[in-house]
Design a protein around this ligand. Sequence first.
Ligand SMILES: *Cc1c(COP(=O)(O)O)cnc(C)c1O
Length: 390
Amino acid sequence: MKKKFETEAIRTQIERTEFQEHSSPIYLTSSFVFEDAEDMRASFAEEKKRNIYSRYSNPNSSEFIEKVCKMEGAEDGFAFSSGMAAVFSTFAALLESGDHIVSARSIFGSTHSLFTQFFPRWNIAHSYFRIHRPEEIEKLIRPETKMIYAESPTNPGVDILDLAKLSRIARKNNILLVIDNCFATPYLQQPIRFGADLVIHSGTKLMDGQGRVLAGITVGNGALIDKIYRFSRIAGPSLSPFNAWLLSKSLETLAVRVDRHCENALAVARFLETHSSVEWVKYPFLESHPQYDLAKKQMKAGGCVVSFEIKGGLEAGRGFFDAINTLSLSANLGDARSIVTHPASTTHSKLSLSERAETGITDGMVRISVGLEHVDDIITDLRQALESCN
Ligand SMILES: *Cc1c(COP(=O)(O)O)cnc(C)c1O
């Protein structure tokens, strides 16, 4: 019988060795040996499913992949050395020259840069739809369109996209739906349940949750993953066994960590809503979020990211960041340590003013990745920083 999410996250393990270890060992090996000539031939002919070389597969990556597949309800997956390696390899394995992608406008900065700076070289085109206008999608679909691509919640605006609606459009037009589920984690949202074909994660964020590693994974339909596997075993973006081991251990505590992240984030969002120096606050599980009902339908809780606007724009924003004591000024998210970021001057500074406006990034916008410190200390630091900048 299928076990519950938390149990699968803990009990999915590769086979024990003769030592009967309780926690899976780390297989720091680049290759694996064959018993004889026939074993070698049959392994390479893929008549046998076994480890050959760690660029193709490794027991630690296999354990990590199997866990994420169970968590996301996916048939198969491949693990990558970073979230961007997963994003790039998924596109590279599935798209050809002349193909076209319809993507949400609000996507991770480096994914946007792939579309705009590199894909034109390989004659892969993209069109963006505005996140609040999914009805634009059908108008953008052409005969060469192979894929709809989106993230939900988005970064840094924490807007919610209707995954079931995206999936209906993809099915109707016979194209793939690929979702970057990094902000939600499989614990809060499983896009395959709503009809996505593939789900991508940056394991660097909440999956590891402790800011130690870069990692990525793509899971979903078996035939599509096979194409991604065949590309990746040659191109070589594979996850290292050590990082795979860390990730697999981190997933054992994903549910309890993410529960606390969400509890703290909601408390921080509620505090910000009452503060006079704050223009607006956005968090998927705040009643004031424009897609609160949709968020409730798709997600178990709101995630770790809260965004808000400081009154007084850029100047007040600089004062706020300089006054922060406990929280970290950093570009990451999904860490046990709370992090504050200023998208307009960091992650989204390469965008023009009008591009920034289109993605809803204003000068005074702050993104907080709410961590696992005691929530009172997080709020105390935010309160004193808000007080000192206005
Ligand atoms: C961080 C992130 C990525 C990229 O992941 P890396 O591990 O940094 O390469 C992709 N998508 C989203 C939504 C992210 O937050």
